[in-house]
Design a binder for this molecule. Structure first.
Ligand SMILES: [Cu+2]
Length: 697
C-alpha cells in the first residue's frame, strides 16, 4: 500500500523538458567506474564558486535528460557568476569531491542560476509560492561545524535558514512564509573545519524545506572528505604497509526516473518500476523499466526508465586489481530511496563479508570484547554486524565490524574494506578472475510505506593476485568513535563561534536525569502529511506535564527544543527517545552532532552510561522502524493501539546555533517531518563566558 504524500500531490512531476531518443532498450554498460573530480584545499583554504544550474545529463543511455547540477570550480580572482568553461566537470550530475583537512576554511560563493520549477504545485500554495522560484542553499551534512549567521564578512556557516534566489526568476511574493534570510543572486559561506573534526566522509546538498527532494533528486549534491583514511585506518606498522596497496574509491549513489519523452522526474515515484525483476524482464543492470503503476492514481511510466547510478554511471564495472582489495567510501545521495546494499557472490550464492571502517563519517571502533548482540544494538537497523571471519577478540585492538548487508537510507555513508573472500569468508586472493555484483536487494519501508526496487548497481571483478604482503583478517581502526563520543576538541575549537551566538535566557537545560521524546507520525489532522511531536520525560521516564506537543508539520518560526551549552560552553549530553508511530519507516537525522545508540543494558541501567561496551559507532542518521498496528495519534499509542520500536540515542551537543532535526527521507522532510532546535551559549554568569572550557585547560 503506497500512500500519496502531500509532497507528491503538491509538486507536479517533471520540471524539465528535453528530447528523447527511445525508451525501450535496456541500459548499456557504462564502462569502468570513474572517480569524482576532486577540489582540494591548499594552505588551509578551499575557496569555491558553486553555480546551481540546469544541465544535460550525459550518462543515461537512450535518453537525453536534463538535471540540476552544481558547477564547481576554484573561485576565479575576478568576480564571476560562472565557472570557466575549461574547469567544467564533463558530467556534473556525477558530483565532485571536496577534499578538506582539519583547520581548513571552506569558502563557497553559491550562485543560483536554476530555472523556475515549471508546473510546481507550490505556485498556488499560500505563503509558499516562492518555492516555484527554485531558491537554493547548501548544507554540509554530518559535519561538526558552526551553523552561524552572516559574520562580519557577510558569509554564513552551515546555516539552513538562508536561501538564495535566481533574480531572473522574479522576486519573492510579498506574502511568503520563508522564515529564512532571503538573498538574490548569490550567498557566501565561510565554514571553518574545527581542529578536532573527525576525519571521514561527508556530503553537501541543498536544504530548502519544500523542495529539498526535488533539488537532490535532480542531481544537486556532492561529497566532502575531511582528513585522510590514514588518520584512522591501519595506524600500526604491519597493517599500514598492507593498506598502502589498497586503491581508494569514492562512490556516490544517486537515482533518476526518466519518462519516455526524456523528462527527468524531480522526485521518486516508488511504483515507477515493479519492485523486483518481472518474469521475462532482462536483469536489472543499473536500471529498471517503467511500468503502468498499479497504484489507484499512479501514472503510466511505460517507456521510461529508473536509473540507479554510481558517480552518475549506471551499472559501471569495478575492476579490483589490487590483490588486497580496495577501500570503498560510499554515500547515499538519493532523495527518498533506501538501499539494502550487499556484494553478491554468484558462485557462493550469498553476499560477501565486508569490513565497515566508518559509519556516517566517523571511524568505528567497538570496545574490546563487545558482544555481537550489543554491536547489533549500537549499529541500529543500518548496520547488521556478523562475526568477522578469522578474528578472535584478542586479535586486534578492538573488535572489527563486519557485515553482509547495509541498510543505507538517504544520507547515510559507510567506508568499507572490500576484498575477495574464500568459502570460509576469509580474505583471499581469487584464483583467476572472480566476479561479484554490488546490488540493492530492494527494501519495503512498511505497510504504509514505499517499496524500493531491487537493482544490480555495479559489476565487480576481482583480478588481483601475487600480493607481496599477506592480507590481515581485518584492518585496524584508531578509536575515533570512542573519542568523538566526547566532542571536546571540536567544542574547544569552536569556542569563539559558539560564544558569538547570543545567549537566550529562555533556554533551559534539561533537569538532571530528564530526557526528550520525539514522535514521528502523520499529523492527526492530515494523514497525508508528515510531522514530529515532542515531550520531555522525567527521571522515571514519565512525561513532564505541560511539555507535550502533538505531531505537527514543520514550524520554522520557532524552535521546538532550546538548550544551553554546559558550564563555560562545554558539550552537553542529552538522551532522546525516538518513537516512530507511523506505518512506515523513517530516517532520523540531526545537524551539527554525532550521536550514539544506547543498548538495552545501558537504557535499563545494567551497565554504566558511556561504558565502552555500548560504544563504538556514531551516526548522524538512523533508521526508525515502523510501528506494528495502527496509531493515528500519540493517544492511540499510549492506549496500546500499536507497538512502536523506539531507538534511544545519546546526543552530545557541542555547537551553538539554530539548526534542525528531521527525517532524511526527503519526501517526508519536505512534507513536514522536521523541527527547529536552538542551542545557545551557557547561561553562566558573564565573567565565566568565553573562557576556555575546563576540559582543555
Ligand atoms: Cu521519514
Amino acid at each position: 500500500m503506497i500512500r500519496t504524500s502531500s509532497a507528491r500531490r503538491l509538486i507536479a512531476a517533471g520540471a524539465f523538458l528535453s528530447l528523447a531518443f527511445s525508451g525501450s532498450a535496456p541500459a548499456a554498460l557504462a564502462g569502468d567506474l570513474a572517480e569524482p573530480p576532486v577540489l582540494a584545499s591548499k594552505n588551509g583554504a578551499l575557496n569555491l564558486l558553486m553555480v546551481a544550474r540546469a544541465a544535460p545529463i550525459s550518462t543515461f543511455p537512450d535518453y537525453s535528460a536534463t538535471g540540476w547540477v552544481f558547477d564547481i570550480c576554484e573561485r576565479p580572482a575576478r568576480f564571476a557568476a560562472t565557472c570557466p568553461a575549461s574547469d567544467k566537470n564533463k558530467n556534473p550530475y556525477a558530483g565532485v569531491r571536496l577534499q578538506l583537512r582539519q583547520g581548513d576554511l571552506l569558502k563557497v560563493r553559491l550562485v543560483n542560476a536554476l530555472p523556475p520549477i515549471k508546473d510546481s504545485g507550490h505556485a498556488t500554495e499560500p505563503g509558499h509560492a516562492f518555492l516555484a522560484l527554485d531558491p537554493i542553499n547548501i548544507h554540509t551534512h554530518g559535519m561538526l561545524v558552526s551553523p552561524h549567521g552572516p559574520g562580519a564578512d557577510g558569509a554564513y556557516g552551515d546555516n539552513v535558514f538562508v536561501m538564495t534566489l535566481n533574480p531572473k526568476n522574479g522576486p519573492m511574493p510579498a506574502d511568503s512564509h520563508a522564515h529564512s534570510d532571503v538573498r538574490y543572486g548569490y550567498t557566501d559561506y565561510s565554514i571553518k573545519i574545527p581542529a578536532g573534526h573527525p576525519s571521514g566522509l561527508f556530503w553537501f546538498h541543498p536544504h530548502i524545506h519544500g523542495i529539498a527532494l526535488n533539488q537532490v533528486s535532480a542531481g544537486l549534491s556532492g561529497i566532502i572528505t575531511v582528513g585522510a583514511l590514514e588518520d584512522y585506518v591501519c595506524k600500526n606498522a604491519s597493517c599500514a604497509s598492507f593498506f598502502k596497496s589498497l586503491p581508494v574509491r569514492h562512490i556516490i549513489l544517486k537515482d533518476a526516473q526518466i519518462l519516455k519523452d526524456g523528462v527527468l522526474l524531480d522526485e521518486e515515484e516508488p511504483s515507477f518500476c515493479d519492485p523486483a525483476q518481472a518474469s521475462g524482464e532482462p536483469p536489472r543492470k543499473g536500471s529498471c523499466p517503467g511500468v503502468k503503476s498499479s497504484d489507484e492514481d499512479g501514472g503510466d511510466y511505460t517507456g521510461g526508465r529508473w536509473y540507479f547510478t554510481l558517480n552518475g554511471q549506471p551499472y559501471p564495472s569495478i575492476p579490483v586489481k589490487s590483490p588486497g582489495g580496495e577501500i570503498w567510501r560510499i554515500t547515499t545521495a538519493s532523495g527518498s530511496v533506501s538501499y539494502d546494499l550487499g556484494l553478491w557472490n554468484p558462485k557462493q550464492q550469498r553476499n560477501m563479508v565486508v569490513q565497515v571502517l566508518s559509519v556516517d563519517g566517523v571511524a568505528v571502533q567497538p570496545g574490546q570484547g563487545i558482544s555481537l548482540g550489543d554491536l547489533r544494538q549500537i549499529g541500529g537497523a543500518k548496520v547488521k554486524p556478523v562475526a568477522c571471519p578469522g578474528i578472535t577478540s584478542a586479535a586486534t585492538d578492538g573488535a572489527p565490524l563486519c557485515v553482509r548487508r547495509l541498510l543505507m537510507m538517504p544520507s547515510s555513508r559507510v567506508e568499507l574494506w572490500v576484498t575477495y573472500r574464500d568459502a570460509d569468508d576469509r580474505p583471499a586472493q581469487p584464483s583467476g578472475e572472480e566476479t561479484a555484483i554490488l546490488r540493492t536487494a530492494g527494501f519495503e519501508t512498511g505497510p504504509d510505506g514505499d517499496s524500493w526496487p531491487a537493482i544490480d548497481l555495479a559489476n565487480v571483478q576481482f583480478k588481483g593476485s601475487g600480493a607481496e604482503t599477506p592480507a590481515p583478517q581485518a584492518l585496524t581502526i584508531a578509536p575515533d568513535a570512542l573519542t568523538y563520543r566526547e566532542p571536546t576538541d571540536v567544542n574547544a575549537s569552536l569556542l569563539a563561534a559558539n560564544t558569538a551566538v547570543g545567549v537566550d535566557p529562555s533556554c533551559h537545560a534539561l533537569p538532571q536525569g530528564h530526557s526528550r521524546r520525539v514522535f514521528f507520525n502523520a499529523p492527526t489532522s492530515d494523514p497525508d502529511a508528515f510531522g514530529l511531536g515532542y515531550e520531555e520525560l522525567d527521571a522515571h521516564g514519565a512525561p513532564v506535564p505541560g511539555t507535550f506537543m502533538d505531531v505537527k508539520e514543520f514550524d520554522p518560526s520557532r524552535p521546538t527544543i532550546c538548550l544551553p551549552l554546559g558550564p563555560r560552553n562545554t558539550p552537553v549530553h542529552e538522551k532522546w527517545e525516538l518513537v516512530n508511530l507511523a506505518g512506515e519507516d523513517h530516517n532520523f537525522h540531526i545537524h551539527q552532532v554525532k550521536f550514539r545508540l544506547l543498548t538495552h543494558d545501558e537504557i535499563s541501567g545494567a551497565i554504566l552510561p558511556g561504558s565502552d561496551r555500548g560504544s563504538g559507532i556514531l551516526h548522524d542518521n538512523i533508521p526508525l522502524q515502523h510501528a506494528d498496528g495502527v496509531c493515528n495519534s500519540v493517544a492511540d499509542w499510549r492506549n496500546g493501539a500499536c507497538t512502536a520500536h523506539p531507538v534511544t540515542v545519546d546526543i552530545p551537543f557541542a555547537i551553538a546555533g539554530d539548526f534542525v532535526y528531521h527525517c532524511h527521507i526527503l519526501e517526508h522532510e519536505d512534507g513536514g517531518m522536521m523541527a527547529r532546535i536552538r542551542v545557545r551559549p551557557s547561561n553562566d554568569p558573564p565573567q565565566m563566558r568565553g573562557t576556555r572550557p575546563l576540559a582543555s585547560q
